[in-house]
Structures are given as structure tokens and as C-alpha cells.
Design a protein around this ligand. Structure first.
Ligand code: HEC
Length: 109
């Protein structure tokens, strides 16, 4: 490695987590008391469009039902809101990630 600093950066990134994606810069999300987002009017379509090509049954966790999404709230926040690890092979804007986070923070109602 010609530049020793690059080596250090690489090592510290690997140390944090081998495959956690990059931080999106989105801070801890919270549930707004006036949130109107629900599985029916938002979540089902979002997950279907962005996740179910892989997480319907092939990839763990499966996210095909509201209960399944609710059981994986923390994991989805980590992979899709706070980092861009998911959705694999697709891109989302930070506004989309924030909206997803706001819904998940309410418990994916
Ligand atoms: C193109 C396929 C694909 C799409 C689309 C996709 N995923 Fe994944 N996902 C994977 C694969 C493959 C893994 C397991 C391997 C890995 O961790 O890299 C995974 C792993 C995960 C995990 C588990 C991570 C862990 O370390 O426990 C979560 C949570 C997840 N995905 C959520 C989502 C969400 C939410 C979406 C939609 C916004 C999504 N994924 C879209 C392929 C996909």
C-alpha cells in the first residue's frame, strides 16, 4: 500500500463490520405522534417493490407479511435506514430511507 493512511482506513472499516454497508448519515429515527404511515397505505407496497424480489422466501429474513416485518424492525433499520447495506442491488434516496425509518420507528403499524 503506497499510502499508509489508506491501509488504516481500510482496516478500521473492516473492523467495524465486514459487510454492514456505508452509513447513510441518518440519525436515530423516532415515531412521530401524528404519523399516518401504515402497512396498508405505505409499508406493504414499499417492501414489495424494494425487498420481496429476494426476501419473499429466498433470503433470510423473509419479509412477506406485516408480522415478519415487525419481527425484524431493528435489523431493517440497521441495514436499510442507518446504512445502505440493503436493498441489495437497488438504490433508495435518503428521503425514502427516512420515511421507511419513521414507519418502522412506530413499530410498522
Ligand atoms: C437483490 C436481492 C435483495 C434485495 C432486493 C434485498 N435484499 Fe436484503 N438481503 C439479500 C441477501 C442476499 C441477504 C443475505 C446475505 C447478506 O447478508 O449479504 C440479505 C440480508 C438482509 C438482512 C439480514 C442482514 C443481517 O446481517 O442479518 C436484512 C434485514 C435485509 N436483507 C433487509 C432487506 C430489506 C428491508 C430490503 C428492502 C428494502 C432488502 N433486504 C432487499 C438480498 C436482497
Amino acid at each position: 500500500m503506497r499510502n499508509p493512511w489508506l491501509g488504516l482506513l481500510f482496516l478500521s472499516a473492516m473492523g467495524a463490520c465486514a459487510s454492514s454497508g456505508s452509513s447513510t448519515g441518518i440519525e436515530l429515527v423516532t415515531c412521530a405522534t401524528d404519523s399516518t404511515l401504515t402497512y396498508e397505505n405505505y409499508g406493504a407496497a414499499f417492501i414489495s417493490t424494494n425487498c420481496l424480489s429476494c426476501h419473499r422466501s429466498n433470503e433470510s429474513p423473509t419479509l412477506a407479511t406485516q408480522a415478519a416485518v415487525q419481527a425484524n424492525v431493528e435489523n431493517i433499520l440497521d441495514t436499510t435506514v442507518y446504512t445502505d447495506y440493503m436493498p441489495d442491488g437497488r438504490s433508495l434516496t435518503n428521503a425514502q430511507r427516512e420515511e421507511l425509518g419513521a414507519w418502522l420507528a412506530c413499530g410498522a403499524p
